[in-house]
Design a protein around this ligand. Sequence first.
Ligand code: 6PG
Length: 261
Amino acid sequence: MLLLRAMNISVSSDATALGRVAAEQFVELAQAAILARGRFTVALSGGGTPRRMYESLSEPSLRHRVDWSRVEVFWGDERGVPPDHPDSNFRMASEALLDRVPIPRQRIHRIRAEIADRAAAARDYQTEIARAFEVNEAGPPPSFDLALLGMGADGHTASLFPGGESLREGRRWAVYVEAPQRPPPSRVTLTVPILNRAREIRLLVAGADKSATFRAVLQGPHEPARMPVQLIKPENGRMIWLVDEAAASGLERPVAARAAR
Ligand code: 6PG
């Protein structure tokens, strides 16, 4: 693994290795948070890259290193489908990880994005987060110990899509969005203010189809309306890009050269 320290980018050989690195970091962050604060709060992501990470985490060598009774699970976004639907982020995380570890059901906080009134689903999620963190839901957002995010080839992250109104949300922690270009279109997503409060953020990016966007996000102009992932900048926390070589292959040479030293 090559570490581009200055830019907080960790490059793994391929998507499987990236999944393993992300899973190991999950374990280390969970152990540290449980030691420091008695529990580990994590917002999971949907997508194919995170799935590999969850599968890796559910292998005995890693899952036995986490005290799952102290893990509190949330989601960064959910598609407007029932929880048993193949497109459900909850279903994906359940199959790949949550059904394989001894995590108490009451510590799994899924987004009920299947209800017809999705604006209400977003409000309910804010209430649910506030309850779990024991904070006032009308106040500033709490800090997840870890927010896991992916990036689409169009530069979206969570369900914060290019040009969307949700990108300008400054107060609410969760909102309802319509993303016609990405079926299923109706989504509920966490917003930039709460994501940026996280203590740790890991952005998982794999595949050659994302290399041009990854380069533009890092080395191009700041255009968050076009590349929403550029809005992700933790206020006081740390953000690390976990990418594979294919995704990093478009980076300009000076960066690659700096990385090699
Ligand atoms: C979703 C995700 C989304 C995802 C990216 C990357 O529900 O669609 O949360 O933001 O993380 O689209 O997904 P891939 O890793 O599958 O490319």
